[in-house]
Write a protein that binds this ligand. Structure first.
Ligand SMILES: Nc1ncnc2c1ncn2[C@@H]1O[C@H](COP(=O)(O)OP(=O)(O)OP(=O)(O)O)[C@@H](O)[C@H]1O
Length: 251
C-alpha cells in the first residue's frame, strides 16, 4: 500500500463534508474518486495533500503521516494538480522547472533541465516551452501543471479533474500518459473525474463518495449499474465494448 486514507472527517464553517472516509491505494494503481458535484472530492484531495487539516483521521503516504511532514517532504511524496490553475507571468519551461524545487540543493542541474525537457516532450508542449503561461489556453495550462507534477517525481499524483479543459484527443493522451507513468514507475495516482467512461477506461479502481462517506469501491470489473443509480440517481446500463466499460444512461 502506498496511500492509506483513514477515517477522514473534514468540513467548512462547522459543516462536515466528509464524515469518516477511508480507502487505500496500492503501488502501480490509478484510482478515480467519483461522486456528484459538491460531495467533497476536491476537499478530499486537498486534505490528502495536507492543504486542509481534517477534524480527525489520518493520511499516510508510504507509512508516513502527511500532517507531521514539512512542506518540502510533502512535495517529494505528493504531486497535486488543482482543478483551477493560477497562471503568473513565467514561461512554461520555468513553470515546469518549479516542480523540481523540492529536490534542488544549491542550483538547477543538467539532470533537472533534462527532466523538464522530458516532461514537456511527454505532454507535447515543446513548442510552447517559452510561451508565458498567462497567455495559454486552459487546456495548455492544464498540461503544463501536469508536467510540473511529473517532474516533481512524487510517489502519489493527486489530479483534480485533470482533463476538464482538454479536447478529446488531449484527454486520451493525458490519461494514457498518467496511466503509463504510474504503471512504469510503480507510483500511484488519485484522480477525480466526472466522465465515467474516461474514468473506467484509464483507472484500475474506483471509489464512489455519497453523503460524506465511501458508498462503494472496487476494481473496475466490479462496477454495477446499481452503484451508479444509487450515487447519481440515474439508471444506467453497463456495456462492454472492445474490452472497455461503457456506461449508458437509460433516460
Ligand atoms: N472554501 C470553502 N468554504 C466553504 N465551503 C466550501 C469551501 N470549499 C468547498 N466548500 C463546500 O464543500 C462542499 C464540497 O466541495 P468540493 O469542492 O470538495 O466538492 P466536489 O465534489 O469537488 O465538487 P465538484 O464535483 O463540483 O467539483 C461543497 O458543498 C462546497 O460548497
Amino acid at each position: 500500500m502506498i496511500l492509506d486514507v483513514q477515517n477522514i472527517r473534514i468540513g467548512y464553517n462547522g459543516r462536515l463534508v466528509l464524515q469518516g472516509l477511508d480507502f487505500v491505494v496500492n503501488r502501480g494503481q490509478v484510482l478515480t474518486i467519483l461522486g456528484p458535484n459538491g460531495v467533497g472530492k476536491t476537499t478530499l484531495l486537498r486534505c490528502i495533500n495536507a492543504m486542509l487539516k481534517p477534524k480527525s483521521g489520518a493520511v499516510l503516504v508510504e507509512n508516513a503521516d502527511v500532517f507531521r511532514m514539512r512542506a518540502g517532504d510533502i512535495a517529494k511524496r505528493l504531486g497535486y494538480v488543482a482543478q483551477r490553475n493560477e497562471a503568473g507571468r513565467m514561461t512554461a519551461f520555468d513553470a515546469v522547472l518549479l516542480g523540481r524545487k523540492p529536490h534542488l540543493r544549491w542550483k538547477v542541474t543538467e539532470s533537472d533541465l533534462r527532466k523538464v525537457d522530458g516532461a514537456l516532450k511527454q505532454l507535447g508542449l515543446e513548442h510552447l516551452a517559452l510561451r508565458h503561461i498567462n497567455e495559454m489556453s486552459g487546456g495548455e495550462l492544464q498540461k503544463v501543471c501536469i508536467a510540473r507534477a511529473l517532474v516533481q517525481e512524487p510517489s502519489v499524483l493527486l489530479l483534480d479533474e485533470p482533463t476538464s479543459s482538454l479536447d478529446l484527443k488531449n484527454q486520451l493522451e493525458i490519461l494514457r500518459t498518467i496511466s503509463h507513468v504510474v504503471h512504469e514507475h510503480q507510483l500511484a495516482a488519485v484522480m477525480t473525474m466526472h466522465d465515467l467512461n474516461m474514468a473506467f477506461r484509464f483507472s484500475d479502481a474506483f471509489v464512489f463518495i455519497k453523503e460524506g462517506k465511501v458508498f462503494c469501491c472496487g476494481k473496475n470489473e466490479e462496477l454495477t449499474p446499481d452503484m451508479i443509480r444509487e450515487v447519481y440517481g440515474v439508471p444506467v446500463d453497463i456495456l462492454r465494448h472492445q474490452g472497455q466499460t461503457v456506461v449508458v444512461p437509460c433516460v
